[in-house]
Design a protein around this ligand. Structure first.
Ligand code: ADP
Ligand code: ZN
Length: 454
């Protein structure tokens, strides 16, 4: 059963709602935010020009860089006294994207996450173990608000603490779990060592997202835990989780909460709007948000849109599961980062050169990262000379120095992405060079859970 009426209304009514809210959104940013007013003036559009939904194409795009350039509060359309909560992207170094929520934004978020929970079959009879991180990350609180709204009992675990997660899952009899798919698979490995049979537990539903995951991953989770795994999608810039969700009945494509997030698909290079059914970059406009409404935000996520009534009864437009991204953002165990951030770390350290390669692989169900970094010619020459000299003391010193470098780099990377990466120092000239854009990433994970440019 759908949670709210808007999920099952006819096309005409939906378009009417969308047009009204789009007009208001454009008028709001124009009236309340000086930066947006300037952008709209430059594009030659006034709020009154939006007469039909197709007029959205006259609006300029907003990119992550646009938001970063206005860090921290430059794109807010609400005043601080009306803002009640902040969240931010996991954008690990440099400046994150800060998103403000007014009371009404929290209400909207609660509503779309209640729809998400209800569509996954979660009711007031459920105990939801929420493994998404609580804090600036949107996953934890978004799920929390939604699960409470449908009346479920939330266990606010946040991430980590595998053994404790498993113990409470058993003792409380959690019937639903919300987690990144990779972390749940990791829990399974830990549980196996503890001799736990997850199929005997009470879990029946799972809400999985925040990172790409394949259908074979879904199969594996369902079999190992004896639950139905539903996908949910979102991004901090829009609201966090709650942009779109799968219904447990069908689980073929995600229903977009299009009365709040107006979707378009564009060609990522020509930026031309693509018709329904064609694959391209998802562009979303918030229609109904107050804190930081965004017009035509380029998500960089690749998908296609589909109309039609779902067997579950919902009429909300569907998007296919994300098949990749147009940039080289990597998502490792749910954390986003760009390879260039590793570069910034390397540049700060002596004895290594900015020729590096990030190799991502999957061991079991966890992503493993190796960073290969070239040492400098200088470092190499000194070590080589010491070997030739046969001076044991000097050679040992070089080895120690190299070890120290590896440890320091490991620590820096851990601070950055929260993951212990393997760091390998390689001789100068051994990381492949490319003529055009450097190839910094070798993603060996199976297709479907990979992100980043192919
Ligand atoms: P979140 O808190 O939802 O992880 P972020 O802003 O940190 O939000 O990351 C958003 C990005 O995560 C999306 O643009 C998309 O690339 C990826 N993502 C989120 N959910 C999914 C999903 N269900 N499937 C694939 N990718 C996803
Ligand atoms: Zn459905």
């Amino acid at each position: 059963m759908a949670w709210s009426r808007e999920e099952t209304i006819g096309r005409d009514e939906m378009r009417q709602i969308q047009l009204g809210r789009l007009q208001k959104a454009v008028a709001d940013v124009y009236g309340k935010n000086a930066v947006y007013r300037k952008w709209l003036d430059e594009a030659g559009v006034k709020p009154g020009d939006i007469k039909s939904l197709d007029d959205i194409r006259r609006l300029p795009f907003t990119t992550k860089q646009h938001i970063r350039d206005q860090y921290p509060f430059g794109l807010f359309s609400a005043s601080m006294e009306d803002i009640v909560e902040f969240h931010a992207t996991s954008g690990t170094t440099g400046k994150p994207v800060v998103v403000p929520y007014t009371r009404n934004d929290i209400e909207l978020w609660t509503e779309v996450m209640a729809r998400t929970c209800a569509a996954a079959g979660i009711t007031k009879n459920d105990i939801v173990q929420n493994i998404y991180g609580y804090g600036l990350f949107t996953g934890g609180l978004g799920t929390h608000y939604g699960a409470i709204r449908v009346g479920a009992t939330v266990v606010p675990m946040s991430g980590g603490n595998s053994q404790r997660q498993i113990m409470l899952m058993q003792d409380f009899g959690s019937t639903a779990v919300a987690s990144t798919p990779s972390f749940l698979m990791h829990l399974h490995e830990v549980g196996e060592q503890m001799g736990v049979d997850f199929k005997k537990l009470k879990l029946k539903t799972g809400l999985f997202g925040a990172e790409p995951w394949s259908d074979s991953m879904r199969q594996a989770i369902q079999e190992k835990f004896g639950l139905k795994a539903c996908d949910l999608y979102g991004l901090t810039e829009m609201i966090g989780p709650g942009v779109s969700f799968e219904c447990h009945e069908v689980r073929d494509g995600l229903h977009i909460n299009e009365d709040f997030f107006y979707p378009e698909v564009i060609h990522p290079e020509s930026c031309e709007s693509l018709p329904y059914g064609e694959e391209g970059e998802l562009v979303l406009t918030t229609i109904g948000k107050e804190g930081m409404p965004l017009l035509r935000y380029r998500t960089r996520d690749i998908t296609r849109l589909r109309h039609g009534v779902c067997p579950c009864g919902r009429t909300l437009v569907k998007m296919e599961r994300i098949s990749g991204r147009t940039d080289d953002m990597l998502i490792i165990r749910g954390v986003n980062f760009f390879p260039s951030q590793i570069e910034a770390i390397i540049l700060k350290r002596q004895g290594v050169s900015p020729h590096y390669m990030v190799v991502v692989d999957r061991q079991g169900s966890m992503d493993e990262v190796e960073v290969r970094i070239e040492v400098t010619e200088e470092f190499m020459a000194k070590a080589g000379a010491d070997v030739l000299k046969g001076s044991e003391k000097e050679i040992l010193k070089d080895v120690q120095l190299a070890r120290q470098k590896i440890e320091n780099l490991k620590r820096d990377i851990k601070d950055l992405i929260g993951i212990t990466a393997k760091v390998t120092l390689v001789p100068p000239g051994t990381v492949p060079r490319s003529e055009g854009k450097a190839k910094r990433v070798e993603d060996r994970r199976p297709k479907g859970i990979r992100t980043g440019r192919p």
